[in-house]
Ligand binder design. Sequence first.
Ligand code: FES
Length: 64
Amino acid sequence: MFVCLCTGVTSQVVTDLVAGGASTSRQIADACGAGSDCGRCKRTVRSIIAASAQRRDCPVHAGR
Ligand code: FES
């Protein structure tokens, strides 16, 4: 799914960046550009960060 239409970044890209250590929408924007143009996707980026962080804390999905 496309998260950022301005830069063509998908949710998979954001998920991968979070898995690689990104924890803020700013870090995502610096890494792939999502959120650095119109900013409309920032809320979605933040919710992906939150969802990925939850998965990280889950014993079943830890390490994925
Ligand atoms: S939709 Fe992401 S910066 Fe515009």
